[in-house]
Design a protein around this ligand. Structure first.
Ligand code: SAH
Length: 262
C-alpha cells in the first residue's frame, strides 16, 4: 500500500542487518520521502545514501558502552521534529520490534499526539542464518526460536531464566551477547544444555566483511574472545546450527572453525 509520509508523522523503519538490498521496498520509499532521518549506529552508509539530497541525517547511534544519545533525548528529538511539521523517519537496525527500544518511541509519539507507524525489517538472526546457509528451525529438532538479549551492564549478572533458555529443542538467537559469552555458557550448561551443543557466531551479517564461525557451547567463551572483532555479532545456539556437514569449512582451528566468504 502506498502511503506517503505526511508532514508531522513519524515512521519507525527497519533498516535490516546492513546490506541495503535487504531493505524492504517500503523502507526504501520512506527513506526517500523523509525530510529528516534519525539513524542508529548499526545503519550502514549504503542505506543512508537512499535519502534525498537535502534530507537532514541525524546520528543518534548507540553502541554498547558508547551511548551517544540517551533514549529520552532520542524520543524528544523525534517528537519535536514531527511537531515542527517534518516527515520523520526513525531508522533502526534490523527489525524495529526486536531489541529496538521501539516502545519508548511509540509511547512518546502517542503521548504528544504524533501519528506513528512501523515498517518492519529483516532481523540480524535471519541474515546470520542466511549467511551460514542454515535454517533457524529444524523439523523435529528445533521447534522453537527464541530471541534473547544477553546485554548486561558492566559488572552485572545476566537476568535470564536459564531453565527456560536451556531447551534442547530451541534455537537461541542471542543479540548483544558477545561480552556475555562466558555467562551464557555457564548458565546454559548448568541448566542442562550439553556442552557439545553447536553454536554459530556471525559478525557483520550481510555486510561485505561478514565473518562466520562455528563452535560448541562449552568452547563459546574462548571462541568469542579470540575470533570476534568489533562488529555487531549474533550468536546462534542449538541443534539447528549443526551446519558443518552441509557447508565445507576451509579454515579450521582446533577449538572452532571459520568459514570465509565464498
Ligand atoms: N533490531 C535489531 C537488533 C538490535 S540489538 C535487529 O532486529 O537485528 C543490536 C544487536 O543486534 C547487536 O549487538 C548484534 O547482536 C545484533 N546485530 C545487529 N546487526 C547485526 C549484523 N549485521 N550482524 C550480526 N549481528 C547483528
Amino acid at each position: 500500500m502506498v502511503d506517503p509520509i505526511h508532514p508531522g508523522e513519524v515512521w519507525l523503519v527497519g533498516a535490516g542487518p546492513g546490506d541495503p538490498e535487504l531493505l524492504t521496498r517500503k523502507a526504501e520509499r520512506l527513506i526517500g520521502e523523509a525530510s529528516v532521518v534519525f539513524y542508529d549506529a548499526l545503519v550502514g552508509p549504503g542505506v543512508l545514501d537512499l535519502a534525498r539530497p537535502g534530507t537532514r541525517l541525524v546520528h543518534v547511534g548507540k553502541r554498547s558502552g558508547r551511548h551517544s544519545k540517551d533514549q529520552k533525548t532520542i524520543d524528544k528529538l523525534i517528537v519535536e521534529a514531527a511537531l515542527a511539521g517534518e516527515r520523520v523517519v526513525r531508522l533502526k537496525g534490523g527489525d524495529p520490534s526486536i531489541f529496538g527500544r521501539s516502545t519508548e518511541e511509540l509511547t512518546a509519539c502517542r503521548a504528544a499526539g504524533v501519528p506513528v507507524h512501523i515498517c518492519p525489517g529483516v532481523t540480524a538472526a535471519s541474515a546470520a542464518a542466511a549467511g551460514l546457509g542454515a535454517s533457524l528451525t529444524l523439523r523435529g529438532l528445533a521447534r522453537k526460536l527464541v530471541f534473547l538479549t544477553a546485554h548486561a551492564q558492566a559488572g552485572d549478572k545476566l537476568d535470564i531464566d536459564w531453565q527456560a533458555a536451556a531447551d534442547p529443542q530451541a534455537t537461541l538467537a542471542v543479540y548483544m551477547g558477545k561480552s556475555s559469552a562466558q555467562m551464557l555458557t555457564v548458565g546454559l550448561i548448568t541448566a542442562g544444555l550439553p556442552g557439545s551443543t553447536p553454536v554459530a557466531m556471525v559478525e557483520n551479517a550481510s555486510l561485505p566483511d561478514e565473518r562466520r564461525f562455528t563452535t560448541r557451547l562449552d568452547l563459546l567463551p574462548l571462541a568469542a574472545r579470540t575470533a570476534l572483532g568489533d562488529g555487531p555479532a549474533l550468536l546462534l545456539i542449538g541443534e539447528a546450527m549443526r551446519v558443518d556437514e552441509a557447508v565445507p569449512a576451509p579454515l579450521s582451528y582446533s577449538a572452532f572453525s571459520q568459514r570465509t566468504m565464498p
